[in-house]
Design a protein around this ligand. Sequence first.
Ligand SMILES: [Zn+2]
Ligand SMILES: [Zn+2]
Length: 84
Amino acid sequence: MSKFGGAPKCPLCAKSVYAAEKKLGPGGKDYHIACLVCTTCKKSLDSTNLCENENKPYCKACYGKNFGPKGFGFAAGGSMMHTQ
Ligand SMILES: [Zn+2]
Ligand SMILES: [Zn+2]
């Protein structure tokens, strides 16, 4: 019963992720904080702007550009408002 490497592997760089530097990313996997950046613009991501598509991380802006705003309430434009 020997288990090697208790630390999970970062899907992006394939190196071990230790507790101090890990961040839950797309697919419920552990990523390095430094690795978890937007696939398109390389902006660093945190829980407030992290989006995912096919297990790849994107920021909200790029996600909206690439995949459309489905699932997100874009309140800023106000076009969804129909007050009567
Ligand atoms: Zn990594
Ligand atoms: Zn981005």
